[in-house]
Design a protein around this ligand. Structure first.
Ligand SMILES: Cc1ncc(COP(=O)(O)O)c(C=O)c1O
Length: 400
């Protein structure tokens, strides 16, 4: 009898975390390493949010709360959905968890039965397929490459749907590509979904506030109100408010789903941290102006990185609409040898050689289900990004 569960043998640990850890190890060993692999803003949580958390501790908000979020935070989340997305939810339709990750996990655990299929456009956030597998479902990966701007087309969605499809996981702007679906692109998908009433939509809107140029964010339940009763709209404070460590994510959707998710949470972690809930309340109800400053900062960095990477031999970097990632295609580098003689047969070879030979850590495309490419997180200072891009350019120039 094996000690570890069969369920666990179906999944792999998060490769982005593994690469971040490897880069940190090399750095600790004294190597000159630049890590462009982390998925979090490089600045502190705003002062008014930190102050709210300190006040919450002193005011005694240090005990268990309602399992899936305090009434006050749920009310603030309803206000957020009304303000930002023109969506009307009641507090009973809202669930709060320890990060967006737990929200997604609860929803999958609460709904998937063996054989249920979940459509996941690739490249995808690394955790989606493994969470589906752990919850007993079957991921159905739909490639959406650079030729369609890393967006899944209506035709590809239609072709992937079967009578067993339970969910589509939709993520715009996307981790890892930064690609966003504008109203027309989203409308094409929601029109397909209207014809398939068994398919639910899990919309992961974590990067809603990080969108650039004249891109306008729109979420499926807002785009097509007829999908409201089979859509879970997922969001969180981690990325927008630089609060990755506080672990607060939330979702809104039909009450019976929200209740089921609460049941999963009640028998696993119970409530998310009481102090973090008070901080999230301050983030959602407090001033929102700095979101614009963050956007401007990230847009400048995006432009810097896209232009530098497009100057690298063999690299083609599409311009993303949002998030803080770019996902350059490296078809032109595959099959070559690095200046130090490493054969670049895959994007994993590319990322490994890049780290070993130049000290720049990026995540290889295979981790996100679409190769050959790599992901750069540009949540780093401009000088660091310039240095890293210069090293990548020299590495690419050395490929023969
Ligand atoms: C697309 C996407 N969804 C969800 C999450 C999870 O967010 P949280 O840190 O709130 O769990 C992340 C974090 O990297 C993400 O990139």
């Amino acid at each position: 009898m094996s000690f570890l569960s069969q369920r666990l043998s179906r999944v792999k640990p998060s490769p982005t975390m593994a690469i971040t850890a490897r880069a940190a190890e090399l750095k600790a060993a004294g190597k000159d390493i630049i890590s462009l692999s982390a998925g979090e803003p490089d600045f502190d949580t705003p002062a008014h949010i930190r102050a709210a958390a300190k006040a919450a501790i002193d005011a005694g908000h240090t005990r268990y709360t309602t399992v899936d979020g305090t009434p006050a935070l749920k009310a603030a989340i309803c206000r957020k959905f009304r303000r930002d997305n023109a969506l009307e939810y009641t507090p009973a339709q809202v669930s709060v968890s320890s990060g967006g990750k737990q929200v997604l996990w609860n929803a999958l655990m609460a709904t998937l039965n063996p054989g249920d299929e979940v459509i996941i456009p690739a490249p995808y956030w690394v955790s989606y397929p493994d969470m589906v597998l752990m919850a007993g479902g079957t991921p159905v990966v739909v490639p959406a490459g650079p030729e369609t701007g890393y967006r899944m087309t209506a035709q590809a969605l239609e072709a992937a749907i079967t009578p067993r499809t339970k969910w589509l996981i939709f993520n715009s702007p996307s981790n890892p590509t930064g690609a966003g679906y504008d109203a027309a692109a989203l409308r094409a998908l929601t029109d397909v979904l209207l014809h398939h009433p068994q398919v639910w939509v899990m919309s992961d809107d974590m990067y809603e506030h990080l969108v650039f140029d004249d891109f306008r964010f729109v979420t499926p339940a807002q785009m097509e109100p007829r999908l409201m009763d089979r859509t879970l709209t997922v969001n969180g404070v981690s990325k927008a408010y630089a609060m990755t460590g506080w672990r607060i994510g939330y979702a809104a959707g039909p009450e019976r789903l929200i209740r089921a998710m609460g049941k999963v949470q009640s028998q696993s972690t119970s409530n998310p941290c009481s102090v973090s809930q008070m901080a999230a309340l301050a983030a959602l109800d407090g001033p929102q102006e700095y979101l614009e400053d963050n956007k401007a900062l990230f847009q400048r960095r995006r432009d810097l990185v896209v232009s530098a990477l497009n100057g690298c031999a063999g690299v083609h970097c599409p311009v993303p609409e949002g998030a803080f990632y770019v996902y350059p295609d490296i078809s032109g580098c595959i099959g070559k040898r690095s200046a130090k003689g490493t054969r670049i047969g895959t994007d994993e070879d590319f990322a490994t050689a890049l780290l070993d030979e130049t000290g720049v850590a990026v995540v290889f495309g295979a981790a996100f289900g679409l190769s050959p490419a790599f992901r750069v997180s540009y949540a780093s200072a401009d000088d660091t990004l310039r240095d890293a891009c210069g090293r990548i350019a020299r590495f690419c120039a050395g490929l023969r």
